[in-house]
Ligand binder design. Structure first.
Ligand code: ARG
Length: 316
């Protein structure tokens, strides 16, 4: 299903001028280990030829109305294609990732080097704290709240440090279903104050937090079936939403809310537990970098002793 042709997309107004996305060509993509439930039973089951074709579809779609940057793939790092996990960037500062699973840790230095080369200021969390980047940390559309996942991959102790670096109010969301192990698999802030989410992936306190920020008419909740199609793993660029193939019913609800829905076939990546949003990381320009908020060097910040005395994030 493709509700918006690429040709039509090229005709879209450039609402998101200045929006940059980091992607990584799936040259070495494969399911080589099992670190989430989607990978079970899928060892070496993905077709690289098809994955490349699907990735190209996504690349072409996004390039139609936003700028895509590329990082070179590295042999032996089959999950590097999921650039959402490289880190989290705002105003030229990147908090680089530290993966929970050793299988992905070798990716860290390649992403870090790339950010450095491009001129971003890098903030490092203490080594013992897992943080999986934009996979687990998403700003609300108005930028006031940073939603951060915990309970699966990202360490809860990183949340106050993220609040400190980005000078944002961090709201923690506790994930409870191992199939939705990253926040971006079950939660997507959209334009105009909407949110796309799968309620059963959160504990009750987290749901209360989501509901008190997003009024009911702004919440687009998805069925388990659509959640398992990674409907919430959606790339939001202005009024356009790019995501895997979803139900006609959900497409209509999104369209009725004023969105253009671009559904692309990404099932080769589902075998590793990822879809559209996992394959991209949003980037601002390094030129917008503001001076780091403490006596750190201009190209890197060490956060090991930066935990604020009064964490801005809410306690669990
Ligand atoms: N196999 C990868 C992992 O388990 C998939 C990562 C998907 N990325 C994401 N942002 N949800 O780490």
């Amino acid at each position: 299903m493709c509700t918006q042709s690429i040709g039509e997309l090229h005709a879209l107004p450039l609402k998101s001028a200045g929006s940059n996305w980091l992607m990584c060509f799936p040259e070495f993509y494969d399911v080589q280990y099992i670190i989430n439930p989607w990978m079970e039973g899928n060892l070496h089951a993905a077709s690289r030829v098809q994955a490349i074709e699907q990735w190209r579809g996504l690349y072409n779609a996004i390039s139609g109305f936003a700028h895509v940057e590329l990082i070179s793939p590295e042999p032996g790092l089959p999950d590097m294609v999921f650039t959402a996990n490289a880190g989290l960037e705002r105003d030229g500062i990147v908090v680089s990732s530290h993966f929970l699973h050793t299988e992905r840790r070798r990716e860290e230095s390649f992403f870090r080097e790339w950010f450095k080369k491009k001129g971003y200021t890098i903030a490092d969390l203490p080594q013992e704290m897992a943080f999986e980047g934009e996979g687990d940390a998403l700003f609300s559309n108005n930028g006031t709240v940073l939603w951060v996942g915990c309970g699966m991959r990202t360490d809860r102790r990183s949340h106050p440090l993220l609040a400190h670096v980005f000078d944002a109010k961090v709201t923690s969301l506790h994930l409870v279903d191992p199939r939705f192990y990253h926040l971006d698999t079950c939660f997507a802030p959209l334009a105009d104050g909407f949110v796309l989410y799968y309620p059963a992936a959160f504990d009750s306190k987290s749901l209360e937090r989501i509901h008190s920020f997003y009024p009911q008419h702004k919440r687009i909740s998805v069925s388990e079936e659509d959640a398992c199609r990674f409907a919430c793993n959606a790339i939001s660029i202005g009024q356009t939403i790019v995501l895997n193939e979803i139900s006609r019913e959900l497409t209509s609800r999104l369209e009725n809310a004023g969105f253009r829905v671009l559904s692309l076939r990404l099932d080769e990546f589902l075998k590793a537990g990822g879809a559209a949003k996992c394959l991209v990381m949003r980037l601002g320009s390094p030129a917008t970098a503001s001076a780091p908020a403490s006596p750190h060097s201009s190209s890197s910040m060490d956060l090991s002793s930066a935990a604020p005395s009064t964490p801005e994030s809410e306690p669990r």
